[in-house]
Design a protein around this ligand. Structure first.
Ligand code: NAD
Ligand code: TYD
Length: 351
């Protein structure tokens, strides 16, 4: 019997993790702790929120006493920590928000877990979800492995790197059982349209310019979000304590190639003329400190735990586009609110 606290469960990846755990493990109690920031949306969970093993607590991870109450109320046995400020562009504008949530919020959670589980740390797991961005940027060659030195370049990745270090420090210092995974760029249903793929899907639907940063030759390694959730499930249950696991799709794309593929697929699905959406591509001012290339070596999780992606990029991207086209209400609800102001402030001075 486990009572698992999943933080950030109303966000993009968290909602997929919650859905997987709530449906696959009816014997577990799954508690979603989320502050519902701009990125948190309970609509992401409306298909499963009636299930008897699902609980929601609206709590900010900056509020340590409130976290403690949730631990007591639900007798939390394990944590899967996803709550974070997650967008690089926002971190460039407001770095301190990232320091508060990603560093101090993580330390608050660690502190509560340390107090509540002190009788026997071996019975409890603190699983921290991190990113490949902590490793910095790659040149044309090479892959990030679990032993690549940390070299974060953005306030976002610096804050995530710091939180990873705190998790390791708590394992060393207090002998808490922890595990960390560092994943590459995710995409899929419920992705907030500030990130490349959903932002471009939305702009193609509405025939808005497609803002390509810099020369468009930046490279990312894309993984379907449901495959990340499956990796998290596997690591949670079978990962070795105090280890770290890299998760990635062995699926590198230069931004401009990915954008062109997206345009082609969307023209087909929307019944538009071939080549129509590509015309929307607009090169804009680059992101400062923009990391040239990310690519994950996921051979450790593959060899040790038997994980590999279950869908190809073409399948995952097609499913993602279909989801956005079938869920226009979800997209409209987001883009009709504060999003418009965000979009103007981020993009009006880039052109
Ligand atoms: P997201 O921005 O979609 O969701 C973040 C969630 O955290 C939201 O529900 C938000 O309400 C909640 N949250 C934010 N601040 C909070 C606070 N102070 N207290 C409580 N809840 C708070 O993020 P995501 O893309 O789903 O990423 C989830 C995690 O995975 C993050 O830790 C991120 O660093 C990591 N990650 C993301 C990617 C990616 O491609 N998106 C890749 C690797 C790792
Ligand atoms: P993003 O989805 O923000 O993820 P991350 O920066 O965490 O990898 O961006 C993915 C890539 O797409 C990155 O190289 C920046 C680029 N990008 C654009 O060219 N235009 C955009 O409007 C956005 C949001 C991103």
């Amino acid at each position: 019997m486990k009572n698992i606290l999943i933080t950030g469960g109303a966000g993009f990846i968290g909602s997929h993790v919650i859905r997987l755990f709530v449906t696959k493990y009816p014997q577990y109690k799954i508690v979603n702790l989320d502050a519902l920031t701009y990125a948190g949306n309970l609509e992401n969970l409306k298909d499963i929120d009636h299930l008897p093993n699902y609980f929601f607590e609206k709590v900010n991870i900056l509020d340590a006493p409130a976290i403690e109450q949730v631990f007591d109320k639900h007798q939390i046995t394990d944590v899967i920590h996803l709550a974070a400020e997650s967008h690089v562009d926002r971190s460039i504008v407001s770095p301190l928000d990232f320091v508060y949530t990603n560093i101090i919020g993580t330390v608050n959670l660690l502190n509560v877990a340390r107090t509540k589980w002190k009788d026997d740390y071996s019975k409890h797991l603190f699983y921290h979800i991190s990113t490949d961005e902590v490793y910095g940027a790659l040149g044309a060659e090479g892959l990030f492995t679990e032993t690549t030195p940390y070299h974060p370049n953005s306030p976002y990745s610096a804050s995530k790197a710091s939180s990873d270090h705190f998790v390791r420090a708590y394992a060393e210092t207090y002998h808490m059982k922890t595990v960390v995974s560092n994943c590459s760029n995710n995409y899929g249903p419920f992705h907030f349209p500030e990130k490349l793929i959903p932002l471009f899907i939305n702009n193609i639907i509405t025939k808005k310019p497609l803002p390509v940063y810099g020369d468009g030759l930046y490279t990312r390694d894309w993984l379907f979000v449901k495959d990340h959730a499956l990796a998290i499930d596997l690591i949670f249950h079978e990962g070795i304590a105090d280890e770290t696991y890299n998760i990635g799709g062995f699926n590198e794309w230069r931004n401009i190639d990915l954008i062109k593929l997206l345009c082609t697929l969307m023209d087909e699905k929307l019944g538009r003329a071939k080549g129509e959406s590509v015309q929307l591509i607009t090169y804009v001012k680059d992101r400062p400190g923009h990391d040239r290339r990310y690519a994950i070596d996921a051979s450790k999780i593959n060899k040790e735990l038997g994980w590999k992606p279950t869908v190809t990029f073409e399948q995952g991207l097609s499913e993602t586009i279909d989801w956005f086209l079938q869920n226009t209400e979800w997209l409209d609800n987001i883009t009709s609110g504060a999003y418009e102001k965000y979009y103007d402030s981020m993009y009006s001075n880039r052109v």
